[in-house]
Design a protein around this ligand. Structure first.
Ligand code: F6P
Length: 357
């Protein structure tokens, strides 16, 4: 019997279960010789031996179910080499659980930090296969991550709903979109939702340009303006600061997030009424959209194939129409960001969307 461990780590998203189902179904279809061990709550379960033996039925009916049937937790990579509060060596503990469970390999579903730890475990001699999960779409080595398109749907729906009320009241609205340090989600939801101004971390904004874009719409007789602002959006002046200086500045500012600061600045300068909407974790909730169900199923089947071939140490990534193995050492520690000179940005600018630059 070959024992395969499954683990979901970091912030959840809509298609984690769909992806695990893809791996499990493909393994079970190939042989009766596979047993799946579900490691609970991410790397924490591996550290503290918290797991359950999965049955085939556990993977039935979960294609459309959001969240993760295994639970998840955040175990920052930067703390992996630090002992826990009781002095436990986390990396050693994970290796011991792996050995004790007699695992053939670990299937690790997660975002950037998770893939970094997956690479660390690979360096420590464990067999691992990574799967690219995140609503942020910021994993290097894959065109697309599962969860992203579902989150685009939610954020777009939010902007659509804001449109009707913004028109009724003639207000300026800011919708703050998740995405951590990158702007993929904001860019796609902003374009899909018809936002007038889109602010991304990759294109630091000038508040004068943002205000000018709002004023211009007013002059054109438009009743309202909608800004899609990434949670990681940053002003041109703040982009000059060191990470430490910026963190310090954020500590001393009165705003709960960047949108509130931008909203206050626009209100002060234009006198227009501003409202802020933060859909937050709803962007990660609910069922995966059909696109995510398709790529999750395909990525799952591709991961199972790597296991059958004993081709370990890779993450499966999407490249064009193909699904390819990408060495984890290439993935770890890199971030896939929006290119300010890419055609999608140029086309958005061509039709008059302001990026505040
Ligand atoms: O990485 C996914 C994500 O939803 C980011 O977009 C966001 O910045 C972060 O997780 C929120 O993390 P948490 O769930 O720990 O609040």
């Amino acid at each position: 019997m070959k024992r395969i461990g499954f683990l979901t780590s970091g912030g959840d998203c809509q298609a984690l279960n769909a992806t695990m189902r893809g791996v499990a179904k493909s393994l079970y279809a190939s042989s009766d010789d596979y047993e799946i061990i579900g490691i609970l709550d991410g790397y924490k379960g591996l550290m503290y031996e918290n797991y359950k033996v999965m049955k085939r039925e556990d993977f039935a009916g979960i294609l459309t179910q959001g969240g993760t049937i295994l639970g998840s937790s955040r175990q920052p990579f930067k703390h992996m080499r630090k002992p826990d509060e009781n002095g436990l060596d986390k990396v050693l503990a994970m290796k011991e659980t792996y050995k004790k469970l007699n695992l053939e390999c670990l299937v690790i579903l997660g975002g950037n930090g998770t893939q970094k730890t997956a690479n660390l475990l690979r360096e420590e001699g464990l067999n691992v296969v990574g799967l690219p999960k995140t609503i942020d779409n910021d994993i290097w080595g894959t065109d697309m991550t599962f969860g992203f398109q579902s989150a685009v749907d939610v954020a777009t729906d939010c902007i659509d709903r804001i449109h009707t009320t913004a028109f009724s009241h003639g207000r300026v609205f800011i919708v703050e979109v998740m995405g951590h340090k990158v702007g993929w989600l904001t860019l796609h939801a902003g374009i899909a939702g018809g936002a007038d101004i889109i602010l991304l971390p990759e294109i630091p904004y000038d508040i004068d340009s943002v205000v000018a874009a709002v004023e211009k719409r007013k002059e054109q007789g438009k009743r309202f303006s909608i800004l899609a602002v990434a949670e990681g959006a940053i002003s041109k002046e703040d982009a000059q600061l060191t990470k430490k200086e910026y963190k310090q500045k954020l500590k001393n500012n009165p705003y709960p997030s960047i949108s509130y600061r931008i909203g206050a600045e626009i209100e002060e300068r234009t006198g227009q009424e501003i409202r802020i909407t933060v859909p937050g974790h709803a962007q990660r909730g609910g069922s995966p959209c059909p696109y995510d169900r398709v790529i999750s199923t395909r990525l799952g089947a591709a991961a199972a194939k790597l296991i059958m071939e004993k081709n370990y140490g890779n993450m499966v990534g999407i490249k064009g129409d193909d699904i390819v193995p990408v060495p984890l050492e290439e993935v770890a520690g890199k971030l896939k960001m929006v290119d300010p000179d890419s055609s999608i940005i140029k086309q958005a600018k061509d039709l008059g969307i302001s990026f505040g630059d």
